[in-house]
Design a protein around this ligand. Structure first.
Ligand SMILES: C[S@@+](CC[C@H](N)C(=O)[O-])C[C@H]1O[C@@H](n2cnc3c(N)ncnc32)[C@H](O)[C@@H]1O
Length: 200
């Protein structure tokens, strides 16, 4: 079972578990980002995505329940010379701001079904009108692969789950398939993912 302490332990070493570079799918969406707008990196761990969003000129916030991860995120931001706000919170208990963010990055955040529903409702509320949700997560086809993802299949995402949890958002892109991951020691090799760009 996942817990903030388990993630604190994973993040305790000097290495970045998913690398220091941003997720490649998020990177591929750079053309949609506008400097000066507000971005939230959900479950951002050691901060690679929040820091990259800040480097694109966005006012970036990373939220995660691992304070150890977020301390590394702040250090990475400092090293890169950008400002990053961090919030240490459980996504199921956080008081999500309303209509605050122009971009929400949901990268490899896998929660139990009830928690996922709560966090997705929060993310939906937190998106400003016209705001974008950018998502990449593992699908059930990832079972048996060693390139990352949760062991419990109930935590995996599908295209149908994206449509259900983010109903009402306009689908700009929604794809399932195989990609090659090269993200730190934990995400290496062929992987089965769902990728989405949705607009409020
Ligand atoms: C697989 S890691 C991905 C980290 C980051 N998104 C990335 O791609 O580098 C999943 C992250 O979700 C966070 N997380 C899981 N459940 C959470 C919860 N209920 N509340 C807040 N953060 C959570 C973990 O602490 C971890 O940092």
């Amino acid at each position: 079972m996942s817990s903030s302490l388990a993630w604190d332990e994973r993040y305790a070493g000097g290495d970045f578990q998913f690398g220091e570079a941003p997720n490649l799918y998020l990177l591929s969406q750079a053309h949609r980002l506008r400097p000066g707008t507000r971005a939230l990196a959900v479950g951002d761990g050691e901060g690679r995505n929040g820091v990259w969003l800040a480097e694109q000129g966005l006012d970036a916030t990373s939220v995660d329940w691992s304070e150890v991860g977020l301390a590394k995120a702040r250090a990475l931001a400092g090293h890169r010379g950008v400002a990053l706000q961090t919030v240490t919170a459980d996504l199921t208990r956080w008081e999500w701001p309303v209509a605050r963010f122009d971009v929400i990055a949901w990268i490899f955040v896998h929660l139990p079904p009830e928690d996922r529903a709560i966090a997705c409702a929060g993310a939906l509320r937190a998106l400003a009108p016209g705001g974008l949700l950018l998502l990449e997560c593992f699908t059930p086809a990832q079972e048996g692969r060693r390139s990352g993802g949760p062991k419990d299949p109930a935590l995996l995402w599908t295209r149908a789950l994206v449509e259900r949890h983010f109903v009402g958002l306009e689908v700009l892109e929604l794809l399932e398939g195989t990609v090659m991951l090269d993200e730190g020691p934990r995400h290496q090799g062929a992987a089965e993912v769902v990728r989405a760009v949705l607009r409020k």
